[in-house]
Design a protein around this ligand. Sequence first.
Ligand SMILES: *Cc1c(COP(=O)(O)O)cnc(C)c1O
Length: 462
Amino acid sequence: MSYISTRGMAPELTFEQAMLTGLARDGGLYVPGEIPQMSADDIAALSGLPYEETAFRIMRPFVGDTFTDDEFEDIIARAYADFGHVARAPLKQLDSNHFLLELFHGPTLAFKDFAMQLIGQMFQVSLARAGERVTIVGATSGDTGSAAIEAFKGLENVDVFILFPHGRVSEVQRRQMTTPVEGNVRALAVDGDFDDCQALVKDMFNDFEFRDRVRLAGVNSINWARVLAQVVYYFSSAVSLGAPYRKVSFTVPTGNFGDIFAGYIAGRMGLPIEQLVVATNQNDILHRCIQGQGYHKGPTVPSISPSMDIQVSSNFERVLFDAYGRDGRAVAQLMDELKQGGFDVSQGALEMLQETFTSGRASEDETRATIRATLEASGELLCPHSAVGVKVANEKRDPAVPMITLATAHPAKFPDAVEAASGVFPPLPPRMADLYERSERLTRIANDLGSVEAFITEQIAN
Ligand SMILES: *Cc1c(COP(=O)(O)O)cnc(C)c1O
């Protein structure tokens, strides 16, 4: 299995190399050269299996010979051992034919744990075997950073630096990043927004002298291994509801397009999907693009679903690559235009996007109203991101087809917004109830590449 860049100018890599590299050297993202297929029989055989066994069967063909079967089984077992629910990604019924896929039972209460816990274990095995050390740099709007710090803290061969927008993450998110005591993980509060943090990370990867000197590795959702980990729960949930004999639909609260892209890959592997719905908050650049209005950046407007407050949706490049017939040069051209503010999508590419995806958006008021209405109707307290999904799912779904809405975070991760909308304060699960008492450790830093690189250089020398 080889991996190719969406911009067509970087070397082909193995799974292991793509995982350790993150961003390709031509600025593109790695995607599999070809997509492994699951036949109807393969999918039917997943019925009733533990999550870990499903994960092994779905991911195995993508991993090539990077890990032996035994190593890979161990990696998966360790990755999900700390989840608070034995089903890992349980389904809960919301309404007739509408289901919530609860992806928030991991150690930091958001779906990012599925990929990050796995990647932590894969890095560990890979680096220990090679006797190497890497520096992981990531940008976060809150959930990626906490998941990364939780997954990598205390690992021998890895230093982790997480950049987050100062004052723009929830208190729970910040505390999850700043309270771990292990010296190899550090949280940097950047004076800027999430897009600034993401731009700093991309600039570090494009500074080849720095990149090679500190052995930079990325774990943002551009990392292919993260997308791969997320493909699993599309299969496990669909099979629970009758796949491959019955089609299901998914609605995905979307920001960086990683989670929904995993759903797209599940479909390409052979999972019968009726509708794949992109749900955005008021930062609706993806919704507008899929509606045919081109991809044009505006200001990022802070919302109560901050993990979706985004203008540059990194993984969208991966689907554009397919929409443009895997023409790396065309994608590189679009991404150049994006630096100047945006691009229009060609007719052929737009047709592919509209055949593949449905889209919708939820305003702040609609999100709050959905939290209230869902609590009243079903007793479920949704986090604001999941509420964006439920609102759009209700609007788009065909009552005859099971709809699975991804619940991307636990409501206790965003307690103030949830309480303001519903009047109910969501408590933290008992296993993390002392989060507010632990002491914090963070570094304020300017939105400036030189300052961030100097800080990292100095820290890893110690
Ligand atoms: C990251 C995140 C999202 C958006 O997922 P993408 O893969 O970036 O589209 C939605 N909800 C929550 C809670 C998240 O943490």
